[in-house]
Design a binder for this molecule. Structure first.
Ligand code: AHM
Ligand code: MG
Length: 343
């Protein structure tokens, strides 16, 4: 039986068109691009959900239970997203975690450059834990130069025109921003549509969850060690220590941080001197989402989105989440900066 509220459901497609109509001069290209990503996300979601049956544990090219050749899901996701972007002919270049170099698309005059992490946290797939896709969209400045170059893509995160993620979790959630707040959608598998859940989601000013791979404690700087010890003391507001939550899929950890507040950290360490996560297709897009929701994202010294990139796959440390938590963590880093390398 259909309820009255179902009659007012807004799909991703409708929402994108409504949003575009607010800008009378808009040609609809960015809208098309977002719709393409939405379509690829539905296909990836379907495959992720049947990962057990299709034997994604096998190596690329192995056979599934039906005797069919399978691609590893991260390769599959990469192909789906890139072919969706190729179809609409408005993207000239894609940079993806799955490809060492830039991928030039056939539309050389295409306005947009898209960064992708097609399936982040893919080691979690084997154990049925959430994974995600991340995207970050820039305009190509040298649009009339016929040669599309890697240097066209080296723009700081503040120049993103849109960014977002898809989380394949207990349900499939899509979040995106074009710089006017963050909208959140949930996939209704019965009708195959993303349905609008929140037009302008805001992160709590302060949260009580910290999220970091604590197994690496011995490799951290003193300031970070002290900050995590601070999180484990009773908080004056609640009289209790913070809760620790770490999924090991950045999209899932950042999504929880967006909804519940708190802090997500992947620091630099003696093991990863530059941090582990990638600036262009992990940290910048998720920082734009978090900032648009009222949060903060820093590399420990400066705003993530102001970092001038020098390489498409470069890494960065990241501290992101509720503003009150991130500020506190940064205070600890400053306070112990002199003793950086101390155990
Ligand atoms: P991946 O791109 O190889 O999937 O690695 C990125 C993932 C992030 O999703 C997650 O935050 C991080 O790696 C977890 O790393 P670690 O296992 O070192 O905590
Ligand atoms: Mg990744």
């Amino acid at each position: 039986m259909h309820t009255v509220s179902e009659a007012r459901l807004v799909t991703l497609e409708e929402y994108i068109i409504q949003s575009q109509n607010r800008f009378p001069g808009a040609k609809g290209e960015l809208s098309q691009l977002l719709r393409d990503i939405g379509l690829a996300a539905k296909i990836i979601s379907r495959e992720v959900n049947k990962a057990g049956i299709t034997n994604i544990l096998g190596v690329d090219g192995s056979k599934n239970v039906h005797g069919e050749e399978v691609k590893k899901l991260d390769v599959f996701s990469d192909h789906q997203l890139i072919s969706a972007l190729e179809r609409s002919q408005i993207t000239c270049m894609v940079i993806s975690e799955e490809n060492d170099g830039i991928v030039r698309l056939s539309s050389k005059g295409g306005k947009y450059i898209v960064y992708l992490d097609p399936l982040d946290g893919s080691s979690n797939i084997d154990v049925n834990v959430s994974v995600g896709s991340i995207f970050s969209i820039y305009m190509r400045e040298a649009r009339f130069d016929p040669t599309v170059k890697e240097s066209d893509a080296l723009q700081p995160g503040v120049r993103q025109v849109a960014a977002g993620y898809v989380l394949y979790g207990s349900s499939t959630t899509l979040a995106y921003t074009t710089g006017l707040g963050v909208s959140l959608f949930t996939l209704d598998p019965s009708i195959g549509e993303f349905i609008l859940c929140d037009r302008n989601i805001k992160i709590p000013q302060k949260g009580y969850i910290y999220s970091i791979n604590e197994g690496s404690y011995n490799t951290w700087d003193l300031g970070l060690k002290k900050y995590i010890k601070y999180c484990q003391e009773d908080d004056p507001d609640t009289g209790r220590p913070y809760t620790a939550r770490y999924i090991g899929s950045m999209v899932a950890d950042v999504h929880r941080t967006l909804i519940k507040g708190g802090i997500f950290i992947y620091p630099h360490s003696s093991r990863y001197p530059e941090g582990k996560l990638r600036l262009m297709y992990e940290c910048n897009p998720l920082s734009m989402i978090i900032e648009q929701a009222g949060g903060m994202a820093s590399n420990g010294e400066r705003r993530i989105m102001e970092i001038e990139p020098t390489a498409i796959h470069q890494r960065t440390p990241i501290y992101m989440g509720s503003p009150s938590n991130v500020r506190k963590a940064l205070d600890f880093l400053v306070e112990y900066a002199e003793e950086k390398s101390m155990a």
